[in-house]
Design a protein around this ligand. Structure first.
Ligand code: HEC
Ligand code: HEC
Length: 211
């Protein structure tokens, strides 16, 4: 059955595909990004608003440079290569599918063009207490939580609170930011080490007041 189908339709298509590949470089840019995003949609959603049930964050409107950093980080195993980091393990194989030249840039450009969602809070930290801890974070993520591209620090105001907590826990445990070569992750990890789980929830509660 399979073989017959391949003979009937598969082979001619493959031949045409190969010929097109030889003649033209892979397409890049928004149209290609939208096409690539079809792979991401089952988890991150049509509007990239995320899906808490599988711990996939809202990624719409994150800056293109940061999305590229992270996709390359997943590819290199800086993220999603640690036993027990189930969400990261789900995401890493997806980043590895972006294997043609310009794929990472194109899909990042597309996701960056979508409007951010600012998902509702789900945790109950103490924002007043968190404000004091945030003084340190502001040096890189900005007093407004909008990040700083020069320091590769992302905006954190528009992210899901449960996702921020997962990441702070990952940095602290070394599931993220502990690999040699992961310059930006290592920079961030240092800032997570002193935080207790309650302090993480408090600082996240404060970050959400910056919206
Ligand atoms: C099988 C489900 C799944 C698919 C498909 C998927 N992702 Fe993810 N993605 C996740 C999960 C889960 C996380 C959270 C990982 C973590 O907690 O470290 C994530 C995290 C990310 C992040 C990190 C966000 C941040 O703030 O650091 C980016 C960027 C991302 N995904 C982009 C993509 C792109 C682009 C695609 C399509 C090529 C894609 N994802 C496909 C599940 C998925
Ligand atoms: C010295 C600069 C610096 C300081 C200070 C800092 N961060 Fe970061 N942070 C970064 C960088 C750089 C990244 C991106 C890491 C990467 O590329 O993996 C990051 C990433 C993050 C992430 C992950 C975001 C995502 O989308 O996955 C969270 C959450 C975060 N920081 C929270 C904090 C909090 C809370 C504080 C204060 C307790 C803080 N940061 C202090 C530089 C900093």
């Amino acid at each position: 059955m399979m073989l017959r189908n391949v003979r009937r339709i598969g082979l001619p298509l493959l031949v045409i595909g190969a010929a097109a590949c030889d003649a033209t470089p892979p397409p890049v840019g928004m149209a290609r990004g939208a096409e690539l995003y079809e792979t991401c949609q089952p988890c991150h959603g049509a509007e990239a608003a995320g899906n808490p049930d599988i711990a996939a964050p809202a990624i719409a409107g994150l800056p293109q440079w940061y999305i590229q950093d992270q996709l390359r980080g997943f590819q290199a195993g800086y993220r999603g290569d640690h036993a027990g980091d189930l969400p990261g393990l789900r995401m890493r194989p997806m980043a590895l599918t972006l294997n043609r030249e310009g794929d990472v840039e194109s899909v990042a450009e597309y996701v960056a063009s979508l409007d951010p969602h600012f998902p509702a809070s789900t945790l109950h930290g103490n924002a007043g207490v968190g404000a004091a801890s945030y003084a340190v974070c502001a040096a890189c993520h900005g007093a407004d939580g909008l990040g700083n591209p020069d320091l590769h620090a992302p905006p954190i105001v528009q992210l899901d609170d449960w996702y921020l907590l997962n990441q702070l826990r990952n940095f602290k445990s070394g599931a993220r930011g502990a690999r040699p070569g992961d310059t930006w992750g290592v920079t961030m990890r240092v800032n997570s080490l002193a935080l207790t789980d309650q302090a993480m929830q408090d600082v996240i509660a404060y970050v959400q007041t910056l919206r």
